[in-house]
Design a protein around this ligand. Structure first.
Ligand SMILES: Cc1cc2nc3c(=O)[nH]c(=O)nc-3n(C[C@H](O)[C@H](O)[C@H](O)COP(=O)(O)OP(=O)(O)OC[C@H]3O[C@@H](n4cnc5c(N)ncnc54)[C@H](O)[C@@H]3O)c2cc1C
Ligand code: SF4
Length: 327
């Protein structure tokens, strides 16, 4: 690990003022992602600004929905009574991630900004366009079983690893950001970027901008929602494919639908085409299958991850059966 200095932030504006002017400064939240990557010399900030003292951990009613502070711990969000009742998909997604100890430390802001688990990215002995722009992508010709089938480019095919973000994308979450020029809001679906030509740019966040909260809009039909994660081990493993879904069904007809995918996209993946196919259709197997086919249309599997196409379809159908109360 490279040497670094450490400061505690005195407030949100103070945190922004400490990080913004220094390209080599970074916020420290739970540290469960950042410290790992510092130990591997993948990230080498010279200055850490600890945001744990900031009063950003509330989970509260806001504009008919819920505002979750950026420093709310993953376990506190997962077990919050309001979240469990109004957005079960979010609680289930959080509880499917990592381990209890990690969830007790991991924060909402840090979870959104965790880096990919692509093994070439995490091993500095390999080139990697995301870590060193222009150096190449060994995953494309290499071992790519865990990589993305949706949203990749010829520069990078790494998946986004977060479960929480997949549920939040399905719920139309909005990220609240504070920077040296003031505050701004970004819909989560626009927050993460596709790799394109610049895989090193992962989000719209500018250096020094601080995530202060995530807002979930009031959505009565999100009460009927579900997160299904398929992985190599029953626990403590990242998704091979996951589905966050919510359905509004009236008299057997689907009135609105949300589907987002994890483990298969280069960012938390909102499956708009699949949602469109579900609306005004009867809630039955044929409809669910059509939606699943639409969700993976245009996917680009690599040599070792072709299984993800069928796996994703089956995971979608199973999640829809469950959320539709037909499982
Ligand atoms: C063994 C292991 C297994 C895991 N399994 C899963 C899993 O199955 N599913 C899953 O989703 N995740 C999993 N994780 C990832 C875990 O959820 C993340 O490490 C965690 O959510 C990151 O949050 P943190 O608060 O610790 O972030 P940190 O490590 O403190 O920060 C991460 C990044 O975010 C930046 N940052 C943090 N907060 C803010 C903010 N408010 N504003 C701006 N920048 C900020 C930091 O500067 C840093 O760059 C796993 C992690 C480990 C180590
Ligand atoms: S897939 Fe992306 S993160 Fe992985 S080696 Fe290629 S460029 Fe790096």
């Amino acid at each position: 690990m490279q040497p670094f200095s450490y400061k505690k932030a005195g407030g949100a504006d103070n945190a922004v003022a400490l990080v913004s002017p220094q390209e080599q400064a970074a916020y420290l939240a739970g540290g469960t992602s950042l410290i790992d990557l510092m130990k591997l010399n993948v990230q080498t900030p010279q200055q850490l600004v600890d945001i744990n003292p900031l009063p950003l951990s509330k989970i509260e009613m806001h504009n008919n929905g819920v505002r979750i502070g950026a420093m709310a711990r993953n376990s506190d969000v997962a077990y919050d009574a309001m979240i469990r009742e109004r957005y079960p998909v979010l609680s289930e997604a959080l509880l499917s991630g990592a381990s209890p100890q990690l969830r007790n430390m991991a924060s909402v802001g840090g979870n959104l900004l965790q880096r990919t688990r692509c093994y070439y990215f995490r091993d500095t002995a390999f080139p990697c366009n995301k870590r060193v722009p222009g150096s190449g992508c060994p995953a494309i010709e290499g071992h790519n079983r865990i990589h993305a089938i949706l949203g990749g480019s010829d520069r990078c095919i790494a998946t986004h690893p977060s479960d929480m973000a997949v549920a939040m994308v399905a719920l139309d979450a909005v990220v609240q950001i504070r920077g040296s020029k003031g505050e701004r809001s970004v819909p989560l679906v626009d927050f993460h970027l596709l790799p394109g030509e610049t895989p090193e740019r992962e989000t719209v966040l500018q250096h020094g901008e601080l995530i202060v909260a995530v807002d979930l809009p009031g959505s009565p039909f999100a009460r009927r929602s579900h997160y299904l994660k398929v992985r190599d081990r029953a626990s403590y493993a990242f998704a091979m494919a996951s589905v966050a879904t919510a359905l509004d069904i009236q008299n057997g007809i689907i009135r609105s639908a949300r589907i987002a995918l994890g483990g298969v996209g280069t960012k938390p993946w909102r499956a708009y085409a699949a949602e469109k196919l579900l609306v005004n259709k009867p809630a039955n197997e044929a409809t669910f299958q059509a939606a699943a086919n639409a969700a993976v249309a245009g996917s680009k599997p690599q040599k070792y991850n072709g299984f993800k196409v069928e796996l994703t379809k089956r995971t979608i159908v199973r999640a829809l059966f469950t959320v539709g109360g037909m499982a």
